[in-house]
Design a protein around this ligand. Structure first.
Ligand SMILES: O=C1NC(=O)NC(C(=O)O)N1
Length: 313
């Protein structure tokens, strides 16, 4: 019997696939659909302390097998998502799910994590350090001192399972530097990558950008980011202490993409852009495709090949 089960931080998940924060996870209807799907878990839209409208439209544009977005963290506010995950926890006490938070300041992140620490939520928090789309706000994940400071302050009081959502890095030295910081903290997981920030898509017919915010600059998702995503999954898997699991995100359209992320070291994968297009039936399709690949290769569970990417030497 081929199993797609996985475990992170001592919690088990029946399926190693879930949504990526931001995609079809904005409200109760979206989240209920994920609960009813074959996804192994869900993550909520990144929350700010209060409800937030986000950037002006058009703020997302479909590309050939990809997307560019500058949503700007539109969300219903932390209380909404905290209420949802706690209510769900009462209904399904054995399930573990993810609550994403993305404060636009350190104070906001600390305030939200204090509120979550004091709550009865016992799932995973995904601290989003990599939203590229809040005008005037840098991606914290690219400022290593700030990452260190945030985690130092968070772990003064936060004792529940916590992971961070990172931006893509493009230099092995940066993998070394961020891993040296992350390894100092009792993180449960690291999610890599967020969209490739501040890309620019041009429509040559109209001679115009395709999204309104920030003069057209936005985060890229979808097939074109897979090589970068796999590099970040592998680069961090090779450098992080084994206690920190890797959640692989980026460029997953098919079962083979899931297989590649796991081969590079991911214990869970998240799907964003393609999930946006296909809806929850995506998880049925990807699960079957991954099982087919595993059966062809003689694998019965993902631990048999997770992280076992070969090199030439
Ligand atoms: O972290 C994020 N990454 C994205 O690509 N977009 C969203 C957003 O803009 O809300 N946030």
């Amino acid at each position: 019997m081929t199993s797609l089960a996985t475990s992170i931080g001592g919690r088990t998940f029946g399926n190693c696939m879930m949504n990526a924060a931001g995609i079809r996870c904005q409200n109760k209807k979206d989240l209920d659909a994920l609960v009813a799907s074959s996804a192994g878990a869900y993550v909520t839209k990144s929350a700010t302390p209060q409800k937030r409208a986000g950037n002006p439209s058009p703020r997302m544009h479909t590309l050939n097998k990809g997307s560019i977005n500058s949503m700007g963290l539109p969300n219903n506010g932390l209380d909404y998502y905290l209420d949802y995950v706690i209510d769900d926890q009462h209904k399904r006490p054995k399930a573990t799910n993810f609550l994403s938070v993305a404060g636009t300041s350190l104070a906001d992140n600390l305030a939200m994590l204090h509120q979550i620490q004091e709550s009865e939520f016992n799932g995973f928090v995904e601290l989003n350090l990599s939203c590229p789309n809040v005008p005037g706000k840098p991606q914290v994940g690219y400022d290593f001192d700030r990452v260190n400071d945030v985690l130092d302050q968070v772990f003064q009081f936060y004792t529940k399972p916590l992971g961070v959502k990172l931006p893509p890095y493009f230099d092995l030295v940066h993998f070394d530097q961020i891993a040296a910081i992350l390894n100092q903290y009792p993180l449960t997981f690291v999610n890599t990558i967020n969209s490739i920030g501040n890309a620019l898509v041009v429509d040559p017919r109209s001679e115009q950008v395709v999204i309104r915010p920030k003069g057209g600059f936005g985060g890229i998702g979808g097939a074109s980011v897979k090589p970068t995503a796999l590099a970040n999954v592998r680069g961090l898997a090779l450098r992080l202490k084994p206690a920190i699991a890797i959640v692989g995100t980026g460029g997953i359209l098919n079962g083979v993409d899931v297989f590649e992320h796991i081969l590079c070291g991911a214990s869970m994968v998240q799907i964003g852009t393609q999930f946006g297009y296909e809806g929850t039936k995506l998880f049925d399709r990807l699960s079957q495709e991954l099982k087919d690949i595993m059966n062809q290769k003689g694998y019965t569970n993902i631990e048999q090949f997770r992280g076992k990417l070969k090199t030439f030497d």
